[in-house]
Design a protein. Structure first.
Length: 135
C-alpha cells in the first residue's frame, strides 16, 4: 500500500510538472519591464538610424559642391576646366559655382575680369564657354 501511495505521489508530481509546462512560464513585473525597455531601446536605435539616413539623403540633394561635381562630370569637364570654372566663380564672388553652368551672363561677367585676359587663359575660358553653352 505504501508502494501504491508512493507511485501516486510520483504520478502527481509528473502531472504537476507537465501541467506547469503547459501553463508556460510566468513573468513578474521586473521581467516585463526589462522586455519593454529593451524593445524601446531597439526601436529607438532603429528610429535614429532611419532619421540619420533621411538627413544624409536630404544633405546630398542640397549640397552645392556635389551639384557642381555632377554638372562638371555631366559636361565631361577635366580637372583644369573645373578649376578654371571655380576661379571664374571666385572672381565674381559667386558662392555657388554651379550657377555658371546655367547662367551665361554670369560666366561672361566673370570672364571679363583682368585675371582672365591673358591669351592662354582667355582661350581656355572661350573653350570652356563653348563646352558649357555651345556658343
Amino acid at each position: 500500500m505504501i508502494l501504491i501511495l508512493g507511485q501516486m505521489q510520483e504520478q502527481q508530481q509528473v502531472f504537476g510538472s507537465i501541467r506547469k509546462g503547459f501553463n508556460g512560464s510566468t513573468y513578474d513585473a521586473v521581467d516585463i519591464g526589462i522586455i519593454i525597455l529593451l524593445s524601446a531601446a531597439v526601436l529607438g536605435i532603429i528610429g535614429l538610424f532611419l532619421l540619420r539616413r533621411r538627413q544624409e539623403k536630404h544633405e546630398q540633394l542640397n549640397d552645392p559642391d556635389q551639384l557642381f561635381d555632377e554638372l562638371a562630370a555631366g559636361h565631361g569637364l577635366i580637372a583644369s576646366q573645373r578649376d578654371l570654372l571655380i576661379q571664374l566663380a571666385s572672381a565674381r564672388l559667386i558662392k555657388k559655382p554651379a550657377m555658371l553652368f546655367v547662367r551665361a551672363d554670369l560666366f561672361d561677367q566673370a570672364a571679363k575680369e583682368p585675371t582672365f585676359q591673358a591669351d592662354r587663359v582667355r582661350h581656355q575660358v572661350e573653350t570652356l564657354r563653348h563646352v558649357l553653352f555651345g556658343e
